[in-house]
Design a protein around this ligand. Structure first.
Ligand code: GRF
Length: 207
């Protein structure tokens, strides 16, 4: 078993990033977070990285004259930090296809609903939970999936349900779902650390 040499990509609050760091500290996840990558200097995740003395890189497409330079720089950064696995945790940008190819089946994302429902472009944050409530679904949940070139689309690795209660609001639902996110993401990353994820097309199995 190899400890994952993780890069976490985050654009916002960073509570999943913190949860991953906590699980590593508790010995529940065999990984080292080598790097935080963000497109948002003001992200809460950056503050967490500073507290934990984890290197962070601020990089976004608009900092470069062309896409190629941006992608090359991103790949170079990941190589320099000897990253073996990428965990997206509230990262609001698409991952360049070259990075997906370089890290084939080694990039995961966490989504606050049960994919393939309530995913895709524009389905983030409160939008997801509002749509779940509007739909009348009695369960929602969390999905951890591999990343491919479409939003919220790659093979599903794990899901957990959360009940939608009569008096739930988008906010209360987000809170309940987030608690489960903090649990499940590290569990899934540990499956990868233990090399237990078998991927056959769209279907994954934990052996
Ligand atoms: C989470 O709900 C996650 O599922 C989604 O973005 C949110 C990020 O929250 N992809 P945080 O920044 O980890 O607190």
């Amino acid at each position: 078993m190899d400890r994952l040499q993780l890069a976490v990509f985050a654009s916002g609050r960073g509570s999943n990033f913190s949860a991953i760091l906590d699980k590593i500290k508790q010995g529940a996840l065999d990984a080292d977070v080598k790097l935080l990558v963000t497109n948002n200097k003001n992200a809460g995740a950056v503050k967490t990285a500073l507290v934990h003395k984890i290197p962070f890189v601020f990089i976004k497409r608009s900092m470069f004259n062309n896409r190629q330079d941006f992608v090359e720089k991103m790949l170079m950064i990941l190589k320099e930090h000897r990253i073996t696995f990428i965990a997206l945790a509230g990262y609001m940008k698409k991952i360049p296809s070259e990075v997906i190819t370089e890290f084939k089946n080694k990039i995961t994302n966490i989504h606050p609903a049960l994919l393939p429902c309530f995913g895709g472009k524009g389905m983030y944050g409160h939008h997801v939970h509002e749509k779940v409530l509007e739909s009348g679904c009695k369960v929602t949940g969390v999905t951890v999936h591999l990343v491919d070139d479409k939003y919220d689309h790659g093979p599903i690795v794990a899901q957990k349900c959360v009940e939608v209660k009569n008096d739930d609001t988008a906010k209360s639902l987000a809170d309940s779902v987030l608690k489960v996110e903090h649990q499940i993401y590290s569990e899934v990353l540990q499956f990868f650390a233990e090399n237990r994820v078998v991927i056959q097309g769209k279907v994954t199995k934990i052996r």
